[in-house]
Design a protein around this ligand. Structure first.
Ligand SMILES: [Zn+2]
Length: 314
């Protein structure tokens, strides 16, 4: 992945980008959103923009070919002043570079198809829980170029404030230990699923960060299948009963997995009801990928996000 040149940005917005590429949920609320632009690759400093029609936005993009384009997750009566907040989508930001565990060796800000795929799987599992446990239906997925956004636009959640959104983050990620670990349904089950997934991907090396003593880490790792199966079924007595475990180390182990769970998404993004997010259909110039609305998260191909100027060997 490489940075797009100014000429490529111009080509993208004049020849490839069309207003019809905007997702319907944005098109229908366009004039109520704040738009922000990054013109020089140094962050979105041009804020407080409002467009009354998609044609106005089109003209702006053709003229300026910005480095990056963002739109607010919030709807305002007066978006050009960020005043009179009406409501806001519920969003989750799942960035491949920030995943606590990955199946690749990327470091720093790098991403590759493997960790993007890890992020895709996390996104799909969050969406399953949003549907099954919170009965949400109006769920949109966006490939950002470096990960995924989930954007939920159901009326039932759009007017929620920060406290409720932060409770939803805890629920979705499994970042709070439930009072009863063994219940068959509800949060207790979500929590067990999340810690199991986390533990399944956890290397012995990473488990060392838990500050559990080395001999016990070896034991937990060698009994991984047994521990996993017990965690999934809520039979925590079996885990506590491992040689050398006991209550104190068990709590440390559980606390460590819970903390890792919280790192699969950036909770600050979800609770911020005035956040701006990269606009689906726009160009992520840093990596030369289109920020793309994903229709089928389970079968999304990263190829779809490659702009024309790269397809021709540019
Ligand atoms: Zn990677």
């Amino acid at each position: 992945m490489r940075e797009a040149t100014q000429a490529e940005r111009q080509r993208f917005y004049s020849e490839e980008w069309k207003k019809e590429d905007l997702p319907v949920f944005i098109l229908h609320t366009l004039s109520l959103r704040e738009f922000a632009f990054d013109h020089k690759g140094k962050g979105p400093s041009d804020r407080y923009n409002q467009f009354m029609t998609p044609e106005e936005l089109t003209d702006f993009l053709r003229n300026k070919s910005p480095y990056a384009v963002y739109g607010s997750v919030a709807l305002y009566e007066r978006p050009s002043k960020r005043e009179k907040w009406l409501k806001s989508e519920l969003v989750f930001d799942i960035d491949a570079k920030d995943l606590p565990m990955k199946s690749c060796d990327c470091t720093g800000g790098d991403v590759c198809e493997k960790c993007l795929n890890d992020a895709r799987q996390v996104t799909a599992s969050f969406a399953d829980t949003l549907k099954s446990d919170l009965a949400l239906k109006n769920i949109h997925f966006v490939y950002s170029g470096r990960g995924f956004h989930i954007r939920v636009a159901d009326d039932s959640i759009m007017e929620m404030g920060q406290t409720e959104r932060s409770q939803i983050v805890e629920y979705m990620t499994g970042s709070m230990i439930p009072p009863d670990l063994t219940m068959a349904l509800g949060y207790s089950k979500v929590f067990r699923d999340r810690i199991s997934r986390t533990f399944e991907q956890l290397s012995e090396e990473k488990l060392a960060d838990s500050k559990i003593r080395k001999s016990l880490i070896k034991k937990i790792t060698s009994e991984k299948e047994k521990v996993l199966s017990a965690a999934r079924k809520g039979r925590f007595k079996e885990i506590k009963g491992l040689e050398g475990m006991g209550e104190k180390s068990f709590q440390k182990f559980l606390g460590f997995l819970t903390r890792l769970n919280s790192e699969f998404t950036d909770g600050k993004v979800t609770i911020d009801t005035k956040r701006i997010l990269r606009l689906p259909s726009s160009l992520h110039s840093k990596v030369s990928r289109k920020c793309t609305l994903v229709r089928d998260i389970d079968n999304f191909s990263f190829e779809e996000a490659i702009p024309e100027f790269l397809r021709e060997g540019g």
